[in-house]
Design a protein around this ligand. Structure first.
Ligand code: HSE
Length: 308
């Protein structure tokens, strides 16, 4: 009898939404798939151009996380067949590593007989990723507001919100990659009181505006002084887009996660077309190759199917 296969579909995500550094994430309708089953020998198949160059041996992140979950559940680590694909580009700020982590945990947990709850898997994902924003959105869908616990391994408190009606993301994806580590290393160790107060106010207003569907407040509430000003030197065009996108049809704009993708929120086709024209002028002016995608928020989070 052949082993049952679990197929897990995970949304990509955009983190921070401007001021909510390491705390806010939104799931997007752009998916990665992880398939997993017990096997006589471990085989890892990576499909599609986005996963080219990712290791396909036991050093693979998905395999490592799956093996670790079995160990945590005090179960023998099985040999695994793993097949993975991703429509989300890697190292662009759309949460592809978070999606892989969530996919690996949820698939392995299913094969192991569900020893852990979804919330426990979220805690584990946060510990692996180092912050809860992308993994929370990929796990639960919608908008996730979460904070990393001070103690390693403690429960991650979070609230999930439904995205406001009519909100769409126009993501501007430059051709170049930017490692999260590099984009975190440019941030200062210490911030001024004014900058901290600025971000607390903006992030708080942003969460309240998202909860009440107040798209009119996003443009102002998405201001940030903790990471975007420093990361702008790594992302040509970011400064202009953050400063001017709202005058060209966007309802809000931010760096997506650690970048280099830039997120413009739009609420109508007309607004989207206007932003596309503006973005093209800015990016072409900087000589940056890029592509755009229009993505709806995902509201389901990770989805699991089993095939006998
Ligand atoms: N909050 C994270 C950052 C997201 O901005 O560095 C990227 O992993």
């Amino acid at each position: 009898m052949s082993e049952p296969l679990v197929r897990v579909t995970v949304p990509a995500s955009t983190a921070n939404l401007g001021p909510g550094f390491d705390a806010l994430g939104m799931a997007l309708q752009l998916y990665s798939v992880v398939e997993m089953k017990r096997s006589e020998q471990t085989t890892i198949v990576l499909e599609g151009r986005e996963l080219q160059g990712v290791p396909a041996d036991k050093s693979n992140l998905i395999y490592q996380i799956a093996a670790d979950l079995f160990r945590k559940a005090a179960l023998p680590v099985p040999e695994l067949f793993i097949r993975a694909s991703s429509d989300a580009p890697l190292t662009r700020g759309l949460g592809s590593s978070a999606a892989a982590i969530v996919g690996a945990l949820v698939a392995a947990n299913h094969l192991a007989g569900e020893p852990f709850t979804r919330d426990q898997l979220f805690d584990m994902a946060t510990e692996i990723e180092g912050h809860p924003d992308n993994v929370g959105a990929s796990m639960f869908g919608g908008i996730v507001v979460a904070m990393a616990p001070e103690q390693k391994g403690a429960t991650v408190p979070y609230i999930r919100l439904d995205p406001p009606k009519d909100l769409q993301a126009l993501v501007v994806i430059p051709e170049f990659a930017l490692a999260t580590e590099k984009a975190r290393n440019v941030l200062p160790q210490v911030y001024s009181k004014q900058d901290v107060i600025y971000n607390v106010g903006h992030s708080s207003l942003l969460v309240a505006a998202l909860a009440q569907g107040r798209l009119d407040l996003l443009g102002v509430a998405m201001g940030d002084r903790l990471h975007q000003p420093y990361r702008a030197e790594l992302v040509p065009g970011l400064r202009e887009i953050l400063d001017e996108a709202m005058q060209h049809g966007a309802v809000g704009a931010a760096l997506s996660g650690a970048g280099p993708t830039i997120l413009c929120f739009v609420s109508s086709d007309e607004g989207r077309k206007q932003v596309e024209g503006f973005v093209d002028k800015v990016m072409t002016g900087h000589g940056i190759l890029y592509r755009t995608m229009v993505l709806q928020p995902d509201v389901h989070g990770v989805q699991v199917e089993t095939q006998k």
